[in-house]
Design a binder for this molecule. Sequence first.
Ligand code: HAM
Length: 419
Amino acid sequence: MQIKAPRGTYDILADDSYKWQYIEKVMKEVAEIFGYNEIRTPLFEHTELFERGVGESTDIVTKEMYTFHDKAERSLTLRPEGTASCARALIEHSLYNGVLPVKWYYTGPMFRYDRPQTGRYRQFHQFGIEAFGSNSPHLDAEVILVLVEILLRLGLKNYELHLNSVGCPECRENYRRHLIEHITPVKDKLCEDCQLRYTQNPLRVLDCKNESCHKAIEGYPTLYDNLCDECRNHYTKVQETLKDSGVAFIHDDNLVRGLDYYTNTAFEIHIPGIGAQSAVGGGGRYNGLVKDCGGPDLPGIGFALGIERLLLAIDTLGKKDFKAANIDVVVITMSDKYEDLAIQVLNHLRRHNIRSEKDYTGRSPRAQMKYANKLGARVVVLIGDEEVENGCLTIRNMQNKEQIQVENQELISNINNIL
Ligand code: HAM
């Protein structure tokens, strides 16, 4: 039986990998301009980290984690996201004692066991940033600006930035009570998931994708109306800073995010036209996370972008600039007795940064020429009896079909003249 990639995973083949490299380059460049440096954490962590960090009642922890036991019976989990790992690394290396804020970016695969569909995979990729050690609303705005700058540089101007404040634990507890009071009389009208959410974390009911749930709770009290003075002022300052920076946003009372660690600012970026999974990125503050993971009481904020969804959005722009790197030169031998010489010529070309290739399958000279065409070579170097006798090489310009003989030492300059 043919073995295929597991459901919800896929291969990134050569032409596409150039798109990925391009996007990753833009994201890294922007993050570095804003003073973020790269962190690389393991692909798996102790399961407890995500249970404590992401939250035991979240969909991610209850349904979506790839958890396994290793040979020593430790419970490990393939990371479903990057924030908890960053908090763990910050604590493990006592970086909270150093220069604050600590500003990191990361990129790589994440794993969630969910029903695959367009824009939703079991192994997907995120680019994220995290900043630990400051509660300044200016930092909230900075993090959002990084996200917006990335989108703009990728040509994605049609994004929608949704913003809310989920408050601190105190205002959220207060709000929770009000919300439960409002939902209790209509709770039987909620979907199965929301009936469960309602008891564990009623805020998640606001996040439900089912219209019927939204209808059932119509007129519900908003988080915004229940924010304490400090949280409200913080949120106002974030909004003002974004406005001053020319960033448009939509205040969204329904935005609560699906991970438990959020406090205060929460945001999501949507791009219309990429299907049901339109959230290309999301993030927010998580002022209790470092403490929950066993560290000091240190605030933090960040976001993650889903690279697959960004690619879907970029595809809607209709640009087709991405292609695997072409081979520029193919070395062709008229007889296999010149194969060793071809290797020497190839070494010489490659040392001079010329993308070059030869045949390794015993093709005839004619078939080697066809192969050069298939690879998109702009020049071929021919080695035959005449060349060897005269101690030179023949260069053929594949565009105008002109051929010249050149001395070995003039090979590179002549090829560079054509390329
Ligand atoms: P998240 O909203 O769970 O947040 O994920 C961020 C982004 O990852 C989503 O907006 C989406 O584009 C992408 N994504 C999530 N799940 C999938 C999937 N199954 N397939 C494809 N793409 C997916 C977080 O992960 C937080 N750690 C973000 C954050 C960083 N908050 C603070 N700092």
